[in-house]
Design a protein around this ligand. Structure first.
Ligand code: SF4
Ligand code: SF4
Ligand code: SF4
Ligand code: FES
Length: 1008
């Protein structure tokens, strides 16, 4: 059975705050007494007592619209038959939902709809899941008096331009749900109803097809469409799903809940779960559609070993692989010492899998050399927030943004990196909240439909701390501090010291302008708005943390929030937008070399004692090695073995040349992953991992929400990842056993005070919970630090601005900064193996027109980008999104090697790499020193782009002339050796990108 979510027709009314008590209204519906909150619609009130009024244009995901006239009711004392979806309840109201008159009216409306609708229910993809079909049944429609011969829309063509869903206009009833979903839920405004009356129809963008419109493929329109007009291609291909598994997206830190709708072990579609605490029924293109990588032929399903990285891989049984790995690790430790090996946990894995790896390192390896990939993203968040407030986590839940009046967004690009949260944020901004953006690059939110930032502080890369100090200077010197909050909630001496520090003239916006490049008046205005505009919330991303002063900046933001009293309630706070799905969880689970789970230092005797007693092993009291120390140790010949869980450090860590050299110098590299990635190419043991569809465990998202990840299918390679880790620990001589991942969570709860109340059983009951969840907070903690900070009094810390050593010079005059794009995810290992490559098939270098002109760089042409550590080639995109002196790229493709040029600079407190600032030079064309770019993947990308372009062109204009002219184009294209790539790719059947090419070619053939 699939899980059907009940639709109450219209949304619940919202109060001014989450705890607001709404006035209750009593009325009668069909003789039943009903008591609901003021502002509730009659339709929703009826649904709440089990009376489902027929409807077509209404859904509880969208504001009532009142266009279809199906939901008519009678109300005592009122004339006519009002629409129940747009009529609010009133005290004493008496409503009738069923009468002969109403039935007649509804049947008449339905008759009109059906007379202009294809009668192909039996062969329609939505058969059994179609609201039009259901409503026709509900109103008892048996015949259509008007016949089907008159003017109709049945001849309209399908739009198949989107790789994931089809728009079959002939089935559209013009209910506007899709248009409203795109506006209200997603906030993209890609759709409109064009024409009037009979000619009304849904249109995507100006070019008339979804692919070329501003559509971001979030799927919200598909989800709300009551007919088969907008349908997932997988449903068209496979038919309706038969069972549902509730699980969590494995991409970003938003942690959206999904219903995996299945046929046996085949995913038919992923549908965002309405009760998901993080997403409330919304999704982005990655979570909703980009799951095909899990069954991609590139996936490696058998364990493999080899003596040397020069040897061919040998496929072996699990037993042989584990024995081989254990023997090698033991040999390394025997030769180089107990501390010569370590492990890296992955923020892509579940809490349970991460916990297992850190336990294996601390017990079976016998050292604390465990670190996590959060080291290279959000470790400064942990450090900075713990220092200020006492907890290494964000202060709010996502819902809190609905109560913010001012949003200060620093170093984050939510519409690309955290899209579902961005939609929530945009909704609040459309309601009138003000936005301040601080970023070196003009992100979409600076100006996007119906949203415009009040202040865009386009600072130079690396000057965040200068900016935050100058904002603090304005707040203190202009008397905007919330003195009462500071007096009651913060350490007085620290506050006095900080106050003295920020008021110094050197921290004024005028003095800092020379560093930041942001006009002082703009900084002053933004600071005033933040301090006086009502509830002010800070949201930030890797543009804050991945700097040499990442931790300083986190403390700087915490200072600002405390000084203005913006903590401890709805609509405020300091909120990291975490990159990967389980960054928060992997940190919580004790993956840092100095901390056990729950952020307790390894030197704390009582904590260590608790773990030692349960684990039956001695835990070292000294912190172990961080990732950069492990890699440096490898180069120095002291660190010789590593277990890498689900992380491609050879591609994602900075200065990849250094990382690869370190891996090459090790004697035992064990990689547990889905694919043979760049790190696995340098490994001796490959242990196949599980995709999120096979995992059984939990992820913790950016708002500390612990979500269940439930297996939709069995592990395709025969074992859960934690089972392989247990096997390795056992083979190394330390007994480690659990019967299920639920037992691992029980162990986590037993050892970690903030998780004490968490269990799979509890999560099954409540859906999700935000830690701390324990005796004091039995139902979890959406908002932290309400009455007091976890550390007691909040701690102000002076944050002197220390310019990074990475400065532009004559040789490297530009500053490179990096980020993500919506359709791709991190190093692209997953998304590159999906149809998402249609949107982004290569990393581009954004460069300002003046810098481009100075260098003779032209849009779309190749450029060489060189830093003091390396060089690579990218295609240029000339744009004013970046300021003069700044260039920007993404890092989704190994072939572009963006991290080849990033340096080894890192945050002073946590060693988080300074990805966001690299001094570079850009020159047109290639130089001899650049990496080899004649990579099939690159050429294949170009091929895909061209094939699809032509296919779309022909779909839009299938005339003989158009075909002839583009065919000529195509001929030239075929002449090139790309044809060989295509043939090879199709022959090997190895990448999803091939399927796209094939599809595009099929479309061409059809048109030809
Ligand atoms: S596409 Fe679907 S949701 Fe949009 S107007 Fe047509 S029937 Fe309604
Ligand atoms: S998929 Fe999302 S962005 Fe695209 S049209 Fe539909 S609602 Fe709008
Ligand atoms: S916003 Fe993040 S968690 Fe949600 S669907 Fe998209 S990638 Fe997945
Ligand atoms: S459902 Fe009320 S008018 Fe359409």
């Amino acid at each position: 059975m699939t899980l059907i979510e009940r639709d109450l027709g219209t949304p619940a009314p919202r109060g001014a705050s989450r705890d607001a008590q709404l006035t209750q209204v009593e009325l009668e519906i069909d003789g039943q007494p009903v008591r609901v909150a003021e502002g509730t619609s009659v339709m929703r009130a009826a649904a709440l007592v089990g009376v489902d009024i027929p409807k077509l244009c209404a859904t509880d995901r969208l504001d009532a619209f009142g266009s279809c006239r199906m939901c008519l009711v009678e109300i005592d004392g009122r004339k006519g038959t009002p629409a129940s979806c747009t009529t609010p309840v009133a005290p004493g109201m008496k409503v009738t939902t069923q009468s002969n008159k109403l039935e007649r009216l509804r049947r008449g409306v339905m008759e009109l709809y059906i007379s202009d609708h294809p009668l192909d229910c039996l062969t329609c993809a939505a058969n059994g899941d179609c609201e039009l079909q259901d409503m026709a049944g509900a109103v008892g429609l048996r015949e259509v008096r008007y016949g089907y011969e008159g003017e109709n829309h049945l001849h309209l063509e399908k739009d198949t331009s989107n790789p994931y869903f089809t728009f079959d206009t002939s089935k559209c009833i013009v209910c506007s749900r899709c248009v409203r979903a795109c506006e209200e839920v997603q906030g993209t405004f890609a759709l409109t109803i064009e024409g009037r009356g009979f000619n009304s129809r849904v249109a995507a963008g100006f070019k008339g097809n979804f692919f070329d419109s501003p559509c971001v493929s979030c799927g919200a329109c598909v989800q709300v469409c009551p007919t088969a007009t907008l349908t997932e291609n997988t449903v068209i291909e496979l038919g309706q799903p038969r069972r549902t598994v509730l699980t969590t997206c494995a991409y970003c830190g938003v942690g959206c809940s999904f219903k995996a709708e299945m046929q046996g072990e085949q995913v038919v579609r992923m549908v965002p779960h309405k009760d998901g605490g993080a997403n409330e029924g919304h999704s982005c293109v990655k979570g909703r559609f980009a799951w095909g990588y899990a069954s991609h032929p590139d996936r490696q399903l058998e364990p493999m070993v080899r003596e040397s990285i020069e040897d061919e891989w040998k496929k072996v049984s699990w037993e042989e692989a584990i024995a081989f790995a254990a023997t090698k690790l033991k040999a390394v430790q025997a030769k180089y010492g107990q501390n010569s090996i370590g492990g890296i946990t992955s923020s892509r894995c579940t809490n349970e899998e991460v916990f297992a790896v850190q336990k294996m390192v601390r017990t079976a390896f016998g050292n604390n050399n465990v670190d996590t990939c959060a080291r290279v993203c959000h470790s400064p968040t942990g450090f900075g927030l713990k220092n200020a407030f006492g907890t290494s986590a964000g202060t709010q839940d996502f819902k809190s943004v609905e109560y913010a009046d001012v949003i200060l967004l620093i170093g984050a690009n939510p519409t690309d990196a955290h899209p579902v949260f961005a939609s929530r944020m945009k909704k609040r901004l459309r309601e009138g909240a003000k936005l301040i953006v601080a970023d070196p690059r003009q992100i979409d939110l600076v100006r996007t439909p119906h949203v415009e930032a009040s202040h865009f502080l386009q600072l130079r890369p690396g000057t965040n701390v200068a900016l935050i100090n100058s904002m603090a200077h304005v707040i203190v010197s202009e008397g905007l501090v919330d003195e009462e909050f500071v007096k009651e909630r913060c350490e007085p001496v620290d506050y006095t010291l900080w106050r003295e520090f920020v008021t110094r003239q050197e921290n004024s916006p005028e003095a800092m302008e020379a560093h930041t490049g942001v006009p002082a008046a703009e900084v002053r205005a933004a600071a005033r708005l933040y301090a006086t505009g009502g509830n002010a919330a800070i949201y930030y991303g890797l543009g804050v943390t991945e700097h040499s002063q990442g931790s300083t900046m986190v403390m700087g933001m915490a200072n600002l929030a405390m000084a203005t009293g913006n903590l401890g309630r709805d609509g405020v706070g300091v909120n990291p937008l975490r990159g990967q799905n389980n960054v928060q969880g992997s940190c919580d689970m004790g993956s840092f070399p100095h901390e056990l789970s729950g952020y307790r230092h390894v030197s704390d005797d009582a904590t260590r004692e608790m773990f030692q007693e349960l684990w039956g092993a001695t835990i070292q009291a000294e912190p172990g090695l961080r990732i950069p120390n492990m890699l440096d140790g490898a180069i120095d010949g002291k660190f010789k073995g590593i277990f890498v869980q689900g992380e491609d450090i050879a591609q994602s860590d900075p200065n990849t040349v250094h990382v690869q050299a370190a891996l090459r110098s090790m004697e035992c590299v064990i990689v547990q992953d889905l694919f043979i990635n760049e790190t696995a190419k340098l490994a001796h043991v490959f242990l196949p991992g599980t995709s999120f569809l096979e995992k059984d465990g939990t992820f913790t998202n950016a708002e500390r929400r612990i979500n269940r990840v439930r297996p939709a299918m069995r592990p395709q390679q025969g074992k859960h990842e934690w089972e392989a880790v247990c096997d390795l620990a056992n083979a190394l001589g330390h007994p480690m056993r659990w019967n299920s991942s639920a037992e691992i969570m029980d162990e986590i709860a037993r050892l970690t005070p903030t998780f004490a109340g968490v269990s799979f059983k509890y999560l099954d009951e409540v859906g999700s919970v935000q830690w701390p969840c324990n005796e004091q907070n039995p139902t979890g903690t959406p908002i932290m630090h309400k009455d007091r900070f976890v550390r007691g009094l909040g701690k102000f810390t002076p944050t002197p601005y220390v310019p990074t050593e990475e400065k532009s010079t004559r040789k490297f005059p530009l500053l490179l900064t990096t980020g993500r794009i919506l359709s791709q995810y991190n190093v692209g290992a997953q998304t590159r193996r999906t149809k998402n490559v249609e949107w982004h098939h290569e990393d581009l270098l954004e460069i300002h027109p003046s810098d481009a002109e100075e260098r003779g760089v032209r849009d779309g042409e190749e450029v060489t980008i060189a830093s003091r550590v390396g060089s690579t080639v990218l295609r240029a995109k000339v744009t004013e999104r970046v300021a003069p002196g700044v260039v920007y790229t993404t890092f989704h493709y190994p072939v572009s090697g963006a991290n080849v040029v990033t340096t080894e600079n890192s945050d002073w407190a946590t060693n988080c790499p300074e990805y966001k600032v690299t001094a570079v030079q850009v020159s047109p064309g290639r130089t001899a020193a650049t990496v080899e770019l004649d990579h099939p993947e690159h050429r294949l990308g170009a091929l895909v782009r061209m094939a699809n372009q032509i296919a779309r062109q022909w779909s839009a204009d299938p005339t003989a002339d158009a075909i002839a002219s583009t065919a000529k184009h195509l001929e030239t294209f075929w002449e090139h050796d790309m044809r060989v790539d295509l043939a090879r790719a199709i022959e090997s059947g190895s990448v999803t990108v091939d399927e796209i090419v094939v599809q595009a070619m099929q479309r061409l053939t059809v048109h030809a």
